[in-house]
Design a protein around this ligand. Structure first.
Ligand code: TYD
Length: 199
């Protein structure tokens, strides 16, 4: 089973992923958590380039780098794990590419972004996607003390388009479950668990 988490910075993805991982493991499942971009040697190297605030990257190159990192992760980790029936939880997946590169940067027409996403994911789609929805204002408050990486320096108008991207995906895709991330950690966790059929 492939479960993905999406949302802007500060939405609490990492915390919720850890809580869900614990719950699934206690129920006897093998669970592996991986982050995007990252999770393999090559993908972590690409991550370093993508988040480095000192490097300027052309928008199409950026999209292809996120996609390359994803392709390697699928080949090396996700596909073999799914083949042995593990539960794979991904901290971001191709919906982030649609929202950040497609809507945010406007790198390429969405149709082309979707095609690249299909190639990069080796045609594997998530069974379930949790979208932890948070306003830009709340996100800014929660992340004010953190240092900003290259993506996080993209400005307010960019992030409004990213949110629009996630909102549109949530309407279009049946696998999306939208959860109000401004609620307490416990409330969010309870709502996530309600949607997991194997719990
Ligand atoms: P990360 O520190 O993992 O952010 P977060 O903790 O919010 O998940 O950095 C990943 C950054 O890369 C984040 O700003 C979102 C961005 N991103 C894209 O722009 N496109 C993508 O396809 C992915 C996977 C991430």
């Amino acid at each position: 089973m492939l479960i993905t988490f999406e949302g802007i910075d500060g939405s609490g993805k990492s915390t919720q992923i850890e809580l869900l991982k614990d719950k699934l493991q206690k129920a006897g499942h093998k669970v592996v958590v991986l982050r995007e971009p990252g999770g393999t040697d090559i993908s972590e190297l690409i991550r370093g380039m993508l988040l480095n605030p000192e490097i300027e990257i052309d928008p199409v190159t950026e999209l292809l780098l996120f996609s390359s990192a994803r392709s390697q992760l699928m080949a090396e980790k996700v596909k073999p794990l799914l083949a042995e029936n593990a539960v794979v939880i991904l901290d971001r997946f191709y919906d982030s590419t649609t929202a950040y590169q497609g809507y945010g940067r406007g790198s390429l027409p969405l149709e082309q972004v979707h095609q690249i996403n299909t190639v990069a994911s080796h045609s594997i789609a998530p069974d379930l996607t949790f979208y932890l929805k948070l306003s830009l204002e709340e996100s800014a408050k929660r992340t004010a003390h953190m240092q900003k990486d290259r993506m996080e320096k993209s400005g307010e108008a960019f992030f409004r388009r990213v949110i629009q991207g996630f909102d549109d995906l949530a309407e279009q895709e049946d696998r999306f479950v939208t959860i109000d991330a401004s609620q307490s950690q416990d409330q969010v966790h309870t709502q996530i668990v309600e949607h997991i059929s194997i719990l």
